[in-house]
Design a protein around this ligand. Sequence first.
Ligand code: PLP
Ligand code: ZN
Length: 384
Amino acid sequence: MFATSLRCLRCGRSAALEPSAYLCSHCGAGNGTTDPGILDVQYDYTEAAAAFVSSLSTQRHDIFRFLPLLPVSQPGDVLPAGGTPLVAAPRLAARLGLRALYLKDETRNPTRCLKDRATAIAMTIALANGYRDLYCASAGNAAISLAGFCAHQGLTCHAFVPRIASTTRLDWLRRYGARIHVSKGNYDQAFREAEKAAEQEGWYSRNCAFNPYLVEGKKTVAFEIAEQLNWQTPDMVVAPVGDGCTLGAAGKGFRELRTIGQTELLPRLIGVQAEAIQPVVRRYQGQGQQIDGETGETLAASIAVQRPRNYLRLRAELRTSHGTMLAVPDSEMLEAQSLLSQEAGIIPELTSAATLAGLLRLAATEDLSGQCAVLIITGGRLDS
Ligand SMILES: *Cc1c(COP(=O)(O)O)cnc(C)c1O
Ligand SMILES: [Zn+2]
């Protein structure tokens, strides 16, 4: 394994690679006025570079294809996450004036969502360390992902969901046999309840915002995009933003590829939030440092996060990539959702359609001609 240590993105202190080293012991979980001290996995990139290149000639197509840049020494015996197609969308590219537009189709994962990449890492570490119970707080997808992976290995999934979790999402959880804890409040409340219960019970965490190993799974989406484009970096990568783990992880992945000499450039990261709940947009644009100030409602459940817990990571990656954060109203997400179905043949969930809505907004203010963009279609579960 080429992972060497953990480093706090808030205070810079180092920590050892313990399976349950979730947050910086000095900075803690944060509160309404401070960000959590989230940890970042460090690697010996000089040593990892050659191993990374030779691992590409293996026949593996799930996330463990990229084992040298993952925080585990062996692939876990888990459902195959990743290895999803990058699909060209020429009609949408023409509409936007782009040279090329690709959709990274994460709806093809085992539980139909990008979350499976992070779950595969959580499961691998849990299995290697003898845990029998895992937990997560989730608007739906993370919990469903964990429930599916736990079902496959006979472990117990404790899912903490908000009061307003859709019947569709609850149904998926039940089908996989999860233990469901419905919160009296929203996602942020469910998150607090989950952390409290888990601390007492000693369950393993699949909360991507706090468990530093999980974003390492999510960053493989960047490795795949780059490989699928023959190691030519796209100009822009667009993703929906809730806690900020997904886009922050993609940013880390592209940066690592450049560090090991596999690519030359970084894509500009474009993050999209719902107009009604846009704490990351506000903070990144410098319109207030308040962490607990969002009260609106959106149909895009998977990004309805009032207190983004991975903001420090995302901010660093946005700055490095000269990225942008945008907010779009639900009405534009709904229009983008039909465009994706009718002009690209993919049915995304509303959150994922926000990527196209965001890019359409960008195209209205900037000339995108000659550029190549990738939309991360994070999931495809339709709610009812
Ligand atoms: C979780 C999720 C997101 C948001 O990801 P973060 O890592 O919380 O920013 C976006 N889309 C879908 C479909 C998700 O499940
Ligand atoms: Zn710290």
